[in-house]
Design a protein around this ligand. Structure first.
Ligand code: FAD
Length: 596
């Protein structure tokens, strides 16, 4: 199995040149951050990812987590790696400095998150969910709860989870049944949650669960759900972990991938009721949980990117070693490595170009999140937030769907050896598969994009985005060079397709909502491809001779060729997807259930 090396040059290029690190670190609150510090953080993270996390990926897949009568035991080596992760300060990276965090920009954390996920997606889930829990507590919990829990979550001494799903309540959380009964200054929680990631483990002394449950007098549906903090061990007055709470892991799932990430069935209140504390307002739990889910959705999008990058590295390295056949046009008599076959090069460039597009898209959006939180100008904050709201489902949906597709392409590059576990290519595909499902399936992301985001502001945020894409397209016409007319023509056509699809959807969403929903995933993918093309065009422009950037010539050359490949081979999908969107697929509703 090949090693993992963080694509540090491209990461730094995107962070500095496309996402605007210098502007981000000028935002209030990031005074401590400098470009050199950001660079040092990325270099250290790259080392940690390749030296500590990546070597555990395959053994973790083979042996997984296990359960005994005391609870879940993390896969071998994971506790030690987690300790190192915490000791090196990685868990505190973007945490609130008021509670011991380092308060680094989300832009930098996006890159470290990509590295953790490329190196070891199962491991990366644990700090990812902890970060989401911290976010929700910080935004909604009382000062008392914040003081008791945030410092230990930020330091990584304790980890956090997200407890939404129940057997009958998956995408539809309105049917949540877990109950919360008032009991003095706290609540008693009773119920069962399923599929809880890192719901229990022995890597830390405590696990802090954020749990959705209903109060006794709660109204039906999503407006009757509240959010509770339920620790595995209750917290003593001195802040240490004390008595065991009434919450246990009943079993762990056997699943397709991410074997080292324990997916737990959690039993709350099998004895007296698990002690829990209300977070935020009664009956506002789902809204509060969305703080955590939006952040988690962005991070799961980055998982798609991370796993695709890992699959690409393995495929590329294999293609350079595996000798098979004589490529067409090859003059010599010797057989060559498969990377010389035009179709293998197509597969590799299909992976590389879309990965670079995803990276640029994801990091630029992470910088938008930083600006939405911290920009001194309220109008600018609002503008950035509108962009983040619009594109979060696209980041989640498009990048995870591509993660699966590209991990599958990685298997194909390996030929038969890709199907054999030894090379690791199969694990990447198995691991990638979950990312389109949890944190809201692709269908749910698309419904959010079309039903809430697009319809919510009558397309205003999308129109602003398209306007910015047009600016980039115009700038392409000023660049000299063989690649640019082709990039510009394809980008222009793709933007037209996005604009027409948007207009069509805004037209039908109110009159024929079923048609709009039938087209929603197609539209989401179209949006993703065009956003990727926009960012690749920006990247090509900088590489072509941006005044600020002094990157090396080979990198520049490769970037421009990759951007052209994306424009010519990937962006034309936008036109085809537009036709699919406009067909509406409403006739699918006319097929009788029995005919499926
Ligand atoms: C490994 C793993 C880890 C997980 N970790 C966690 C965790 O930590 N915490 C947690 O709370 N949950 C977790 N989950 C649960 C996960 O979030 C749910 O599985 C997911 O939300 C989908 O719910 P479901 O499985 O009930 O599928 P369903 O909701 O039954 O969906 C089945 C299909 O129907 C489609 N569908 C359903 N409703 C709609 C709709 N309104 N519009 C369009 N399509 C729709 C879906 O897109 C999907 O294709 C995890 C799941 C797994 C497998």
């Amino acid at each position: 199995m090949t090693e993992y090396r963080a694509p540090i040059q491209d990461m730094k290029f995107v962070i500095n040149e496309l996402a605007g690190l210098n502007d981000v670190i000028a935002l209030p609150g990031y005074e401590e951050m400098t470009p050199d510090l950001a660079e040092a953080v990325l270099d250290e993270a790259a080392k940690f990812a390749s030296e500590v996390l990546a070597p555990l990926n395959k053994p973790g897949d083979e042996h997984g987590a296990s359960l005994d009568r005391n609870g879940v035991i993390a896969a071998e080596g994971y506790s030690a790696a987690y300790r190192q992760f915490v000791d090196n300060g990685w868990s505190a990276l973007s945490g609130d400095p008021e509670y011991g965090g380092q308060g680094l920009p989300g832009l930098v954390a996006a890159a470290t998150s990509e590295m953790w996920n490329s190196a070891n997606m199962a491991f990366a889930l644990c700090p990812m969910l902890t970060a989401g829990a911290m976010e929700a507590i910080n935004a909604h919990a009382s000062d008392e709860l914040k003081a008791a829990y945030l410092p230990r979550l930020i330091s990584g001494e304790w980890t956090g989870t997200m407890n939404l799903t129940e057997p009958q309540a998956g995408s539809d959380l309105a049917t949540t049944r877990t109950r919360a009964v008032p009991d003095g200054d706290h609540y008693r929680i009773h119920g069962q949650k399923i599929f809880i990631t890192w719901g229990d483990h022995d890597m830390t002394e405590n696990v802090v669960h954020l749990v959705l449950a209903r109060l006794p007098d709660a109204p039906e549906g999503t407006r009757g759900i509240s959010l509770f903090l339920v620790p595995k061990f209750l917290v003593n007055a001195d802040g240490t972990a004390g008595a065991r709470n009434d919450v246990t892991c009943a079993s762990i799932e056997h699943k397709l991938g991410i074997h080292a990430s324990p997916t737990c069935v959690m039993a709350f209140g099998e004895k007296d009721g698990a002690i829990g504390y209300l977070v935020g307002q009664p009956n506002r739990g789902l809204a509060h949980m969305f703080t955590m889910m939006n952040e988690a959705r962005q991070k799961v999008g980055i998982q798609g990117l991370g796993i695709a990058e890992r699959a690409y590295q393995a495929a590329r390295d294999y293609a350079k070693e595996r000798v098979q056949g004589r490529p067409v046009g090859h003059k010599g008599t010797e057989r060559l490595a498969i990377i010389h076959h035009p179709d293998v090069r197509r597969m590799l460039l299909t992976m590389k170009s879309q990965i670079e597009a995803m990276r640029a898209f994801a990091y630029v959006l992470a910088a938008d999140v930083d600006r939405a939180h911290r920009h001194p100008d309220a109008v600018e904050r609002q503008r950035r937030q509108a962009r983040v709201d619009l594109l979060t489902p696209v980041l989640k949906g498009w990048c995870t769907e591509l993660g699966v597709e590209l991990a599958s392409t990685g298997v194909q590059v390996h030929g038969g050896m890709g199907f054999i576990e030894e090379t690791g290519a199969a694990q990447f595909l198995r691991d990638a598969r979950i990312a389109t499902i949890y944190e809201g399936t692709t269908g749910i992301q698309a419904a959010d994009l079309v039903g809430r985001k697009l319809a919510g502001d009558n397309g205003a945020a999308m129109k602003a985005l398209i306007g910015q894409m047009r600016d980039a397209e115009t700038r392409l016409s000023t660049a000299n060079g063989g690649e640019f007319p082709a990039i510009r023509a394809h980008l222009a056509a793709a933007i037209d397709a996005l604009e027409q699809a948007t207009a069509w959807l805004l037209d039908v969403i109110r009159t024929e909502p079923a048609s709009a929903m039938a087209a929603s995933v197609t539209y989401m993918m179209l949006t993703g491809y065009v956003c990727g093309g926009w960012q690749m065009a920006r990247a090509a422009l900088v590489a072509h001779g941006g005044p600020v950037w002094d990157g090396d010539d080979e990198f520049r050359r490769a970037k421009i060729i990759t951007a052209r490949f994306y424009a010519e081979q990937i962006l034309p999908k936008a036109g085809a997807l537009l036709s699919v969107v406009k067909s509406g697929a409403s006739h699918a509703a006319t097929l009788r259930d029995e005919d499926f």
